[in-house]
Design a binder for this molecule. Sequence first.
Ligand SMILES: Nc1ncnc2c1ncn2[C@@H]1O[C@H](COP(=O)(O)OP(=O)(O)O)[C@@H](O)[C@H]1O
Ligand SMILES: N[C@@H](CC(=O)OP(=O)(O)O)C(=O)O
Length: 568
Amino acid sequence: MATLLRLCRVKNPSCAFTRNSLFSNAYADSLSSSRVEFVWSSDLWSVVDGAGRRRALSVRRTRGVGVRAVFEEKTAESKLRSEGNEKQFTSVMKFGGSSVASAERMREIADLIRSFPEERPVIVLSAMGKTTNKLLLAGEKAVSCGVSNTADIEELCFIKELHLRTVDELGLDSSVISAHLEQLDQLLKGIAMMKELTLRTKDYLVSFGECMSTRIFAAYLSKVGVKARQYDAFDIGFITTDDFTNADILEATYPAVAKRLNSEYVNDPAIPIVTGFLGKGWKSCAITTLGRGGSDLTATAIGKALGLKEIQVWKDVDGVLTCDPTIYPRAKPVPYLTFDEAAELAYCGAQVLHPQSMRPAREGDIPVWVKNSYNPKAPGTLISRARDMSKAVLTSIVLKRNVTMLDIVSTRMLGQYGFLAKVFSIFEDLGISVDVVATSEVSISLTLDPSKLWSRELIQQELDHVVEELEKIAVVNLLQGRSIISLIGNVQRSSLILEKAFHVLRTNGVNVQMISQGASKVNISLIVNDSEAEQCIRDLHQSFFESGDLSELVDGCGNGSASALESN
Ligand SMILES: Nc1ncnc2c1ncn2[C@@H]1O[C@H](COP(=O)(O)OP(=O)(O)O)[C@@H](O)[C@H]1O
Ligand SMILES: N[C@@H](CC(=O)OP(=O)(O)O)C(=O)O
């Protein structure tokens, strides 16, 4: 039996809360779980049980979402469920767009899943190939093409043809996706009629990609004798903030998802095929997305929700590599990473993992394997809490292009306190995220992420406004067209890394314009001109991972994988 809990105002406990239906569901689903987070936008709230005892471990105000209450509630039911879970799912396997890009790829993925008969996985899929990009382009074209012309939008025709051909080649009935294709037609007409594409509509629009890929794949698995059940993440408890195109998963998601997947499996065992990337806004109840590449986060969230022993993300590369292979094809797989290193790598711009995806894995202490669906025999990368760092120097080099840099020099005299606080409060007020920072007593250099974690372009008008505000207290120099080169590794050896890096850069006549070593102890960032950055990456890679002087190649797990090591 679940314990009944109530969220109420601290100063007026008799005032029970009222919520919209989504919150109500989240609450109801959370009642018997072991860890629950409530979010409510009002003054001060508490979680109390029937006798009026306070049950929250912490209740605190959070920016943007109001009040957040976290508490532990161990009931017989939740214990039972987690015990039962061990017999249900063993792992989560996420396949990205490149892994499900065609009928042939879907067949191979089905074979791959069947090659692990001892596994009882939950499958997470992204949209087929480049479907998400094409849907966004179709939406943009619909804004200006006129209602009668939407059917001719090239990207829409491509998406329809791809999905119908895939269904046909897999021997399925087109009815598995026909309703979605019709709705997509209608939606594009609606966009054309309104002549606008809001962030909320964008999320609804791109959701068609994952909704269709999962339906096709679930139907195919069932056809080849593997019982599968399709789920839309927004219908099974993926509850998010209402930040369309870049939503955050809320804690209530975990118990809700676990309850839904477990209970249906117990009653009728079938492999769950879940849409990646999608959620449901807790206030709007509308479909949200978790930011580009968000299916990785869906997978790790399911891993945490179900307390699985392993999370697998299947890509088109042999794991996390020493640098982006599109910049330098001689990049090598990194055999081991910590959650911190992987998160830093993703934050710094490595496309291979979603920036938030390590959080649930770290919280649940669940190892994450990054594997290649085109080359399943390759060992891949194992990401876990800790690894042997005794010899590691550099792990990976990451590039983030098209960054804006600001040099801000105080107009006041030395020793003036509050300068940093004023500068950062301006960014906070304008809602702009700052990336890399270096300071002296009277000056600050910082970079602004152009995509603000992929959600919104930082447009010129906004930049002008930032500069205008900062110029009230400082002399400001705005420098565009810069790149951040992040050296991810063992910052305990920063002198060694810097000595080698600066040797390479000096030899190439590159002037580093700013340098920052984060508190995370896994990252050193260097700012250079965009035009020089790619060559720098190639030269740094050669020096750290391919030359025989200071570094040596090691075989971390008997596979020729790379890690730059300090020579003895
Ligand atoms: N350090 C890196 N290691 C591996 N891949 C990287 C790295 N940096 C960038 N990439 C790019 O990330 C791609 C894989 O990520 P992604 O496209 O999100 O895969 P999927 O869509 O299959 O999930 C690779 O094809 C590669 O081009
Ligand atoms: N389809 C979404 C979500 C995703 O995670 O895709 P992929 O796994 O292919 O990066 C996107 O393109 O952003």
